[in-house]
Every structure is written in structure tokens, then in C-alpha cells.
Design a protein around this ligand. Structure first.
Ligand code: TRP
Ligand code: SF4
Length: 404
């Protein structure tokens, strides 16, 4: 259901172009995006510049990977009629905002992001002691703040980055949102809403500021959302005036934490290309079947007659995602009593995974055969996102005083 509130909330998220996607991406990210696209205005982009922060020496693979990712998104069900699909580097405004944000971003914030040190340790073969890699979070903040996102759907591992984006937005608003004579200008904006709404706004603002009434704050924010006859600048000023801060030029986004659907890989670890335990969305179905048939089971179950323990078996991890209660009960009892064999146990999974992949693969074939269509989808999505990007930058330049 699309409600009037969610219609003007925007969801923004990005994915690095690492090549063809696997079932871990599908269950961990894409299914969530597919759901969100019906509830909010969504902008999803392939972050090719972020790929460059680590792969600057191997930059030529990025191009192909970008298109593979887009094809998998579309095939999985990201609908270009509902969501805007874009490529980060096609929106040069991202680079300008990144530069401007870099001026106010304290070095310590960037150095303290856990993944900054982690990745340097982990990817020892790459020299990541670069200016660009340090700025990874600031670039991500630009991605998000440029579109004035309300929500950013990400997994746990990205929360620290989004936290920085929030800090940067607050700092920007704090430094540049304080126009001289802010209160007087804000009062003029209040009056533009008309007598009745102005009165309601003042009343709600008083309730919030004097009594900390959070419900009043929400009602007032909704009231501002509904106003047709005030400009974007007035709205930002009034949002800030409401909360007692300056003008809010870059709204502070919120994390929409993607619950960890934890689709394990074939070995029970997290599914990941670097662990070689994936099932790719476009993998040949016979090969998918062979992979599941040969995947590890409870190591204690050497013979068919040995009872097993699902909790020690990677196959069970897949059942948790794919099977209904009836099948799950059948596995639990059958495994522990040695009533079923491991191949019996895998059969319903093989069917479920194939059934899930079939329509995705059929759609992918069509997109693969029609690269012009894919490109035009991305061009259109990028153009829409760019409109917003241009608007934001006009406001940002003006707030800083670079509007000449
Ligand atoms: N850093 C994110 C990742 O590795 C990708 C990303 C870049 C992103 N920009 C973003 C995610 C903006 C959400 C919003 O997954
Ligand atoms: Fe794993 Fe199923 Fe075999 Fe039990 S029966 S060990 S859950 S594959």
C-alpha cells in the first residue's frame, strides 16, 4: 500500500559493481529493495566510483561488472517503472557534493570507520593508503545526501558509514544553515502558509520546544509536507525552525536495517564470492542441482544409518530460508532419527532454488539479448535522479555562498 506519507519519502541505496550477483545478494538485498520500491520512491545506483577506491589498478573490469549488476537487478524484479536505476558516475553532481562535504568532514571521522582499517588489513595486496579510499564514507554520504534520502536500506556492516553520512549532514546544516536573521526570515515563511496553518504550526512548535512533545513535532513535519504554496527553501527553514536548529538543507537520513536473512553459502559460511560457496542467479540449473547435491552435510553423518544434527549442517541453513514448517519438521525428525538420507533432504531444496531461479533467468536472457533496452532504462533512471541532484546542489552552493 502506498500511503501519502511514504510517497514523499525517498529510499536511496547503492551496490558496488562486483560482477554477476548470487543468491546471497538476492535474499540479503534485492528482495528487500523489491518490496521497498512499492512503498517509497526509490533510487538504486551502481557505485562505480566506490569500486575505484579499491580497484583503481584494475579499473577496466568495472564497466562489464556494472552492466552485469544492472541486468541482475532487473531480472530479479527491480522495476524501472517503480524505482530509478542509475550509475553513480553518470551523475557528476555526486563528485561536486563529495568535494564540498570533504571540506567540513573531520579526518578522525573517516579514520574511525571500522571498515577503513579492516579493509586495509584484509586487502593487503592492494595499497589502500590513498586519499580516495579514506574518503569512501564521505563519497557514500554524498550519494545519500544528494537525493535528500529519508531512508537508506543497508545491512549491519554499512551502519557505520550511514552514521557518518548523518553526522556530515548535521554538521553541514549547523555550519551553513544559519542565515543572518534566521528567526525573522523563518517568521515570514510561517506566514506564507496562511493564517490557519501558521497558527497550527506555531502551536505545535511551542509544544515541541517547550514540552518536548515528539508527537507534535511529527504532526508539524507532516503539516509542512502538505503545504503546496511554500517553496523548498521555506520548507527547509521551517523544518529547522521547528526543531530549534538552523535551516535544514541536507535532511539527516535514517538507516532501514535489512534484517539479516542470512542465506548461508554451500559451506555454511556467509555466501560470498571470495569464499567460493555461491550459487549465482544466472548459474546453469543443472550445475545448481549438482552444487546442492554435493554440498557439505553434518560431518558426523558418515553413513546413511548415522543420525545427524540439522544445526550442524549447512543444508539446514538453506531449509530455514526455503522450506515451510512441514518440510522443516520432516527434516528435523528425519535427520535426527536417520529416517531420511541427505539426498532426500536436499531434494525439496533443489526444487525450491530452481523454481526461484527459473523466472529470474528467463528475464535475464531477455535483458542480455537487449543491451540497448538496459542502457535506456539506466539513462532514464539517471536523468530523474540527476534532476534532484541539480536542485540540491543549487541549494548547497547557495547555503555556502557559492551562488555566483
Ligand atoms: N558502501 C556500500 C556497500 O559497500 C555501497 C554504497 C555506496 C551505498 N553508496 C551508498 C549504500 C549509498 C547505500 C547508500 O555496500
Ligand atoms: Fe543435513 Fe539434511 Fe543430511 Fe541432516 S539429513 S545431515 S539436515 S542434509
Amino acid at each position: 500500500m502506498v500511503t501519502s506519507v511514504s510517497q514523499n519519502k525517498r529510499v536511496v541505496s547503492g551496490m558496488r559493481p562486483t560482477g554477476k550477483l548470487h543468491l546471497g545478494h538476492y535474499h540479503g538485498v534485492l528482495k528487500n529493495w523489491i518490496k521497498l520500491q512499492h512503498e517509497y520512491e526509490c533510487i538504486f545506483f551502481v557505485v562505480d566510483w566506490h569500486a575505484l577506491t579499491t580497484h583503481y589498478e584494475n579499473s577496466r573490469i568495472i564497466k562489464e561488472n556494472v552492466w552485469e549488476v544492472v541486468i541482475d537487478w532487473l531480472a530479479a524484479g527491480i522495476n524501472p517503472g517503480s524505482a530509478h536505476i542509475c550509475i553513480q558516475s553518470w551523475i557528476p553532481e555526486v563528485a561536486e557534493l563529495h568535494l564540498l562535504l570533504s571540506m567540513i568532514t573531520p579526518l578522525g571521522w573517516l579514520e574511525r570507520v571500522p571498515s577503513y582499517k579492516d579493509q586495509q588489513e584484509k586487502l593487503k595486496e592492494l595499497d589502500l593508503a590513498t586519499y580516495g579510499f579514506l574518503g569512501y564514507s564521505a563519497l557514500q554520504a554524498a550519494d545519500i545526501l544528494l537525493y535528500k534520502a529519508s531512508y537508506v536500506p543497508v545491512g549491519e556492516d554499512q551502519v557505520a558509514h550511514i552514521e557518518i553520512a548523518r553526522e556530515i549532514a548535521r554538521r553541514f546544516n549547523h555550519i551553513y544553515g544559519r542565515e543572518p536573521d534566521f528567526n525573522e526570515i523563518a517568521e515570514v515563511s510561517v506566514n506564507k502558509m496562511g493564517k490557519k496553518n501558521a497558527k497550527i504550526y506555531r502551536e505545535l512548535r511551542r509544544k515541541y520546544q517547550e514540552q518536548g512533545d515528539a508527537a507534535a513535532l511529527e504532526v508539524a513535519q507532516a503539516l509542512l509536507d502538505e503545504q503546496q504554496n511554500i517553496s523548498m527553501g521555506d520548507r527547509e527553514r521551517l523544518l529547522g525552525y521547528l526543531e530549534g536548529s538552523g535551516r535544514i538543507i541536507l535532511p539527516v537520513p535514517e538507516v532501514l536495517l535489512t534484517e539479516d536473512s542470512r542465506l548461508p553459502g554451500l559451506d555454511g559460511q556467509k555466501m560470498s564470492k571470495s569464499y567460493h560457496n555461491t550459487i549465482m542467479l544466472r548459474e546453469d540449473l543443472d550445475q545448481v542441482e549438482a552444487k546442492i547435491r554435493t554440498m557439505q552435510t553434518d560431518p558426523a553423518r558418515v553413513r546413511r544409518t548415522d543420525p545427524g544434527e540439522p544445526d550442524k549442517c549447512p543444508v539446514w541453513g538453506l531449509h530455514k530460508v526455503y522450506s515451510n514448517d512441514e518440510v522443516k519438521n520432516w527434516v528435523q525428525t528425519g535427520c535426527r532419527s536417520a529416517g531420511i538420507g541427505c539426498l532426500d533432504c536436499k531434494k525439496p531444496l533443489i526444487d525450491a532454488v530452481k523454481k526461484e531461479l527459473e523466472p529470474i533467468q528467463a528475464a535475464a536472457k531477455e535483458y542480455e539479448a537487449n543491451p540497448k533496452l538496459v542502457e535506456s532504462i539506466v539513462r532514464e533512471g539517471t536523468e530523474v535522479a540527476r534532476e534532484q541532484a541539480r536542485e540540491t546542489l543549487i541549494e548547497v552552493r547557495e547555503a555556502i555562498g557559492l551562488d555566483y
